[in-house]
Design a protein around this ligand. Structure first.
Ligand code: GLN
Length: 543
């Protein structure tokens, strides 16, 4: 786990802070709205960063179940964080660090450690000021180096867990120059049975905010449609904001179109004028338009990908879904994604994979569904179906090869079963560890790529820096036999095998790392582009 330190704060840096809260209910997509606004501000020439506040008691997301909470996103520095940080990285095209995810667990752990060390000099340690001070410190430090920092408070206004944060933000706003702060509140505007947009939930949540001393500067109404003029009027009146500070956030087909919608609404311009930054912003004609161009290009065909995993929940594999979309944007191909439960893929492979153009086996932990994943890999390998194996998917490709090509029937990963042939085994430094939080091999590490391989073609380099999250690795004892049998390890990091490929196959590619975490809408990940190209070639681009 990345170490925590108090790095200090330089108040002379003149940053602007956008605080984003949510009302009525969670899951409104306030992160996407905030990130989209950030994208537009970045297009206008500003350095934009973001902080996600998660008011839960977990120190980080590393120990959280993806089925309940969505995927664990991994940062460059090895921080295991909430998947919303993935959205900020993708929308803003930045690399964030562990400090950009503030959790109640982190804050309390730090304050209690200081109390134990006697740093509070005998004082009673309290939520106000000690917890709130630590929250403010974290926000300021994480914002360091950016022109505009977006701070999103997870959950909904009124949640007990969120109270110390809202209090901290209230204090924060007093300590900074008024012109440097903007409070944005995202709420739900539902329809009544007779088709009327209802503002009462919004009014109530703003009332809740005001009772703790926060007055929103702008309101964003999530609704299936744009807000009517009358709805805007009403919200402005009851929530005490100017009429032009009420914005619509209607449903759009694709999250990558949200920045376009936010731009049409003029939200970015409003933010710039609130901060008095219009003169510093690039003139309209000089702003970066790459995003708009990419996400609005016509597609020329489509492919179907099966994701063979444990969880039938898109959020559990969010970055993989996004990376496939990015490859699709790059090649102007629609990538249809279906989840196939690994548990349903029997030996002989059933019909589940028959109609798909490619198979992905994602990362994972635990043995449920493993045999199905191995069956899926065997199917892809022996039927020339493009295959991409990520982390556990890479490890299972090694197991499949050891079993079915080397003839080691009982080969397996030592993580998943007692086996006489642990072709995947524990990293030596992991053998004596008891603690599960933050102790895997995490974050960005360099992989050396063998020239002349598929990996080399894809990365167009002899190295790549990708993010990791694993405890197990290819057991060096089996490498010579696997290689003699035709498996190519085209990427390595010291004694570790990082990339595998089969030169004779249309695309059989696996990575011990997770390339999906570095994929961006305007910069698709090479292994995903290679996978898509192979599918398009086989399917004629129009399956
Ligand atoms: N469970 C495997 C390991 O720890 C793979 C991890 C993953 O897929 N992220 O090595």
């Amino acid at each position: 786990m990345p170490t925590e330190s108090e790095t200090g704060y330089d108040p002379s840096l003149g940053r602007k802070f956008i605080f984003v809260t949510g009302g009525v209910m969670s899951g409104l997509g306030k992160g996407i709205t905030a990130a989209s606004t950030g994208r537009l501000l970045a297009n206008a020439g500003f350095d934009v960063s973001a902080v996600k506040i998660d008011p839960y008691l977990n120190v980080d997301a590393g120990t959280m179940n993806p089925f309940q909470h969505g995927e664990v996103y991994v940062l460059k520095d090895g921080g295991e964080v909430d998947l919303d940080l993935g959205n900020y990285e993708r929308f803003l095209d930045i690399d964030m660090t562990f400090d950009h995810n503030v959790t109640t667990g982190k804050v309390y752990q730090h304050v209690i450690q200081k109390e134990r060390a006697g740093d509070y000099l005998g004082k009673t340690v309290q939520i106000i000021p000690h917890i709130t001070d630590d929250i403010k410190r974290r926000v300021r430090e994480a914002a360091q180096g950016s022109d505009i920092c977006i701070i999103e408070v997870g959950g909904t206004v009124g949640d007990i867990e969120g109270m110390p944060y809202l209090e901290a933000l209230r204090q924060f706003a007093h300590e900074e120059d008024e012109d440097d702060i903007l409070f944005a509140h995202v709420t739900l505007v539902p329809y009544s049975k007779n088709g009327e947009q209802k503002t009462k939930p919004t009014q109530h949540s703003v009332k809740e905010l005001r009772s703790i001393g926060l007055q929103p500067d702008i309101l964003v109404g999530r609704c299936s449609d744009p807000l009517d003029a009358q709805t805007r009027e009403k919200i402005a009146l009851f929530c005490d904001v100017p009429r032009d500070a009420v914005f619509s956030n209607p449903d759009v087909e694709d999250i990558y179109h949200v920045p376009l919608m936010v731009e049409d609404e003029g939200l970015d311009e409003y933010v710039l004028s609130h901060f008095g930054l219009q003169a510093e912003a690039l003139p309209e004609g000089e702003r970066d338009t790459e995003w708009r161009e990419r996400v609005t290009r016509e597609t020329t065909g489509s492919v179907d990908v099966a994701l063979v995993g444990k969880y039938g929940l898109e959020d559990a594999y969010m970055s993989i879904h996004e990376a496939l979309k990015h490859a699709g944007l790059e090649r102007q191909i629609e990538v249809e994604r279906t989840w196939v439960s690994a548990e349903n893929i029997a030996d002989g492979h059933g019909d589940e994979l028959e109609d798909v153009d490619g198979v992905i086996v994602p990362g994972g932990f635990g043995s449920r569904g493993t045999e199905g994943k191995i069956n899926a890999i065997e199917y892809a390998r022996t039927n020339d179906v493009p295959f991409l194996g990520l982390c556990l998917g890479f490890q299972m490709a090694v197991v499949e090869y050891a079993r079915n090509v080397l003839g080691l029937d009982q080969a397996h990963s030592a993580e998943l079963e007692d086996t006489p042939h642990p072709v995947i085994d524990l990293l030596p430094e992991q053998k004596d560890l008891d603690d599960m939080g933050g102790t895997m091999r995490l974050g960005a590490h360099t992989t050396e790529i063998e020239p002349g391989t598929i990996a080399h073609d894809l990365y167009e380099s002899t190295t790549c820096e990708e993010r990791h999250r694993h405890r197990y690795e290819v057991n060096p004892e089996y490498i010579p036999d696997l290689e003699d049998a035709g498996l190519v390890f085209s990427g390595t990091s010291g004694r570790r095998m990082e990339i595998l490929e089969l030169p004779e196959h249309p695309y059989f590619f696996g990575t011990q790392f997770h390339p999906e975490f570095r994929s961006r809408p305007t910069r698709a990940s090479p292994p995903f582009v290679g996978f898509l190209d192979a599918m398009v070639e086989l399917a004629g681009g129009d399956s």
